[in-house]
Design a protein around this ligand. Structure first.
Ligand code: FAD
Length: 326
């Protein structure tokens, strides 16, 4: 059995501008399943603006929702969120804490685990309870060649879970639960002052139906403008490989792949991207993949539905011209 001081499953319900991220409903689905096996409650923590409708979290499986509301907390910010969440975890003492492996969740969860001196398994794709009632965290490892089964010995057992791995919890409007308001720990106490808001992508890349992504084949940051033009014509957003994010050509919110965002659009256009396994890990589930690459032996062509061998500086402007004429 686990440590008896800790009980229940805690889900961090991420929000932005008062809207709960869909990954939270997926975590509720899995969290409820684990809680039923352990005969334990499901808690949610929401840190967000002063006024939010949180009933939906109860309809989707939460027994208690702890809500830290203040307009200052409208947008995700790691340092202030960390303080508030640690405070609540110490109060609730959950056995298991789950976070979405979104770009914010990936940045937040390690700070919390580090502070609590507990383990964290990142990017899980499955969670199970073993015969001893302990959590098994499952995630791909060694470039997706094996599925590692991980048990952490410390409590709470913490994991980030990939977005779109589980289906969303079903809605039951007859479910009841408690919403517990908690006083926020704000700037004065944390010593954190937000000087400027970080660039926020207007549209979440994980939700986009069309992604036009650029890699090292793009020679300068300015050249990304042709990708933006193409994305706009197709009603999509711009993605990127880690190579160009590391070069500071574009912000990390655009990164697709193993250590970036996971996308499942209807159309993914890879421009000047070789198709490294770590990139494919984030986009191979796209419904249709178009690859533009000057090297006919680039691995991206192995998974592309349509492959265009050519210079992206010629191919993309031609596509833009054709789309404009439509
Ligand atoms: P390259 O591999 O250099 O490919 C550039 C391509 O552009 C080439 O195929 C070339 O033929 C083509 N090209 C060049 N000029 C033109 C032109 N004018 N027209 C058309 N094509 C052209 N990578 C990610 O993307 N996402 C991740 O999340 C990620 N996570 C990682 C995590 C770990 C732990 C590690 C070790 C690596 C990770 N990587 C990730 C890095 C990954 O291994 C690759 O290095 C990276 O994806 C390569 O990016 P790229 O395809 O843009 O660049």
């Amino acid at each position: 059995m686990g440590d008896e001081k800790y009980t229940g499953i805690l889900i961090f319900a991420e929000q932005k501008n008062g809207i709960i991220h869909k990954v939270s409903y997926e975590l509720l689905n899995k969290g409820r399943e684990l809680a039923n096996q352990l005969m334990a409650p499901v808690y949610c923590i929401v840190v967000g603006p002063k006024s939010m409708d949180l009933q939906e979290l109860i309809y989707r499986g939460a027994d208690e929702v702890y809500y830290v509301g203040n307009d200052f907390l409208n947008l995700p910010e790691e340092l202030i969120y960390t303080e508030n969440i640690i405070n609540l975890i110490k109060r609730i003492k959950p056995e298991i804490c789950l976070f979405g492996a979104t770009s914010f969740g990936r940045s937040l969860a390690p700070r919390i685990a580090g502070n609590l001196k507990t383990g964290l398994t990142a990017d899980c794709t499955e969670l199970k309870i073993d015969e001893d009632g302990k959590l098994i965290q499952i995630r791909p490892a060694f470039s997706d060649n094996i599925l590692a089964h991980i048990k952490t010995k410390t409590y709470p057992q913490m994991a980030t879970i990939r977005y779109k791995e589980f289906s969303e919890a079903e809605r039951d409007i007859n479910r009841s639960g408690k919403i517990i308001k908690v006083d926020p720990i704000l700037v004065e106490k944390t010593g954190v002052k937000i000087l400027r808001e970080l660039e926020c992508m207007e549209n979440d890349i994980s939700e986009a139906e069309v992604v036009v992504a650029g890699g090292r084949g793009i020679k300068t940051p300015e050249d990304f403008k042709i990708l933006y033009e193409l994305a706009e014509l197709l009603g999509g957003v711009v993605g990127a490989s880690r190579a160009v994010v590391e070069e500071n050509y574009i912000s990390s919110q655009h990164q697709v792949g193993y250590s970036g965002n996971r996308v499942k659009p209807k159309l993914y256009i890879a421009c000047g991207i070789s198709g490294a396994p770590q990139h494919l890990a984030g986009m191979r589930e796209a419904e249709r993949i178009v690859a533009i690459n000057s090297d006919p032996s680039a691995p991206i062509f192995n998974i592309a539905d349509i492959g265009i061998v050519g210079d992206l500086y010629e191919v993309i402007p031609t596509l833009i011209e054709k789309l404009k004429k439509k």
